[in-house]
Design a protein around this ligand. Structure first.
Ligand code: KG4
Ligand code: ZN
Length: 352
């Protein structure tokens, strides 16, 4: 089954072609960083307009790279939510209309399910069950995954998401948007032990997170170090390193706790913060010490992309799911509301 995936939930236009037998055939990501940089964050209306501009050229490029024509497609998958409603509507209208014109099924995919299944696109894919650490700009969740659509929420952030905390700390340090990756680059050259940032909520039981206190600690540390409001380069690097280590330590402590609590020793990391190299290294060491294993997508498939939407959509299309002709998007959508995908459904659909 050849599936076109469209991701337009925020500030990246992601287009991909995934074949259930041959794997990922082509993918294109266009980042809107330049569009939003001067505003210091994503401007929803500009994001929607840019998705309109970029989607068709990227589809043409991806189709050309794959060597297939639109008429070869068996299905279209688009991100239905959560995300910015205007941005979501661009991909949803385009995907639903394209599928209608080709007389093939379309499916609306949950963005976080896309992230969660992205490690399946790699050669070394995890088997079920596994624990998923979802760390993006809008979510920080620990989920027990027993199958596609079978998600038990073990813990989540009570306030800021990990990526959001990275972005806010970066902004306080005067780094340009998008701050997370910039802060991480600085951190790699800093002394992580000069400032002892707290490891929030690790001293009490449970698997929830809270990252808003790190913001306050960052602000206070900046005020202590800055002369006339300006931080030296070394101070910037050391604050970034202390901050990054605190987030990574906190995530690692909770992942270890989740593995102990469930007895499941396979861990996957997905979402934008999953591109963080210290987090990847640290979780690999931690899982190996526990006799377990960590799986993660290549960094470009950790941040928003069309491949994860094409993959997740393909699984649901295979099971016979198909979106109605009306276009609907869901800006807020708990992942636990998703239907489980049973392979039995595939057999039943084929026999009918
Ligand atoms: O999954 P994603 O691309 O979009 C959402 O669904 O939110 O995640 C974006 C988030 C941003 O907050 C960004 O700062 C963060 O992921 N991020 C990073 C790194 N790369 C992206 N945070 C820390 N280190 C990185 N290398
Ligand atoms: Zn995302």
């Amino acid at each position: 089954m050849l599936v076109l995936g469209l991701e337009t939930s925020c500030d990246e236009t992601g287009i991909a072609l995934y074949d259930t037998e041959k794997g990922l055939l082509a993918h294109r990501i266009y980042s809107q960083i330049a569009v939003h940089a001067e505003y210091g964050g994503v401007v929803p209306e500009l994001a929607s307009r840019d998705h309109v501009r970029k989607s068709l050229p990227l589809i043409r490029e991806a189709m050309a790279e794959s060597g297939y024509a639109l008429s070869d497609l068996d299905g279209v998958a688009y991100t239905r939510g959560p995300g910015l409603v205007g941005a979501l509507l661009v991909g949803a209208c385009l995907g639903r209309t394209l599928a209608w014109s080709l007389q093939i099924p379309a499916v609306g995919v949950h963005h976080m399910e896309g992230h969660l299944l992205a490690p399946m696109l790699e050669d070394d894919a995890p088997e079920f069950p596994f624990i998923a650490l979802l760390v993006s700009g809008g979510h920080t969740q620990l989920v027990l995954v027993t199958g596609i659509g079978e998600y038990e929420l073990l813990g989540e952030s009570l306030d800021d998401a990990a990526g959001e905390a990275f972005d806010k700390a970066a902004k306080m340090m005067g780094l340009p948007y998008p701050g997370g990756p910039q802060l991480s680059r600085l951190a790699d050259e800093g002394n992580a032990t000069r400032f002892r940032f707290p490891r929030p909520m690790t001293d009490r039981p449970g698997l929830d997170f809270s990252f808003s206190g790190l913001k306050t600690f960052t602000r206070t540390t900046i005020l202590q170090c800055a002369e006339d409001g300006v931080l030296s380069e070394q101070d910037q690097k050391d604050i970034a390193a202390g901050f990054q280590l605190a987030v990574v330590d906190t995530l690692a402590i909770k992942c270890k706790r989740a593995m102990k609590q469930t007895g499941v020793h396979r861990l996957i990391i997905a979402g934008g913060v999953g591109a963080n190299s210290l987090l990847r290294r640290r979780l690999r060491e931690m899982t190996e010490e526990m006799g377990g294993k960590v799986f993660y997508p290549r960094p470009e498939l950790c941040t928003d992309n069309g491949a994860m939407i094409a993959y997740a959509g393909a699984q649901r299309l295979l099971a016979g799911e198909s979106a109605e002709l009306g276009v609907s998007c869901v800006p807020r959508w708990p992942m636990t509301e998703l239907q489980a995908v049973s392979l039995d459904d595939v057999v039943v659909e084929e026999r009918q």
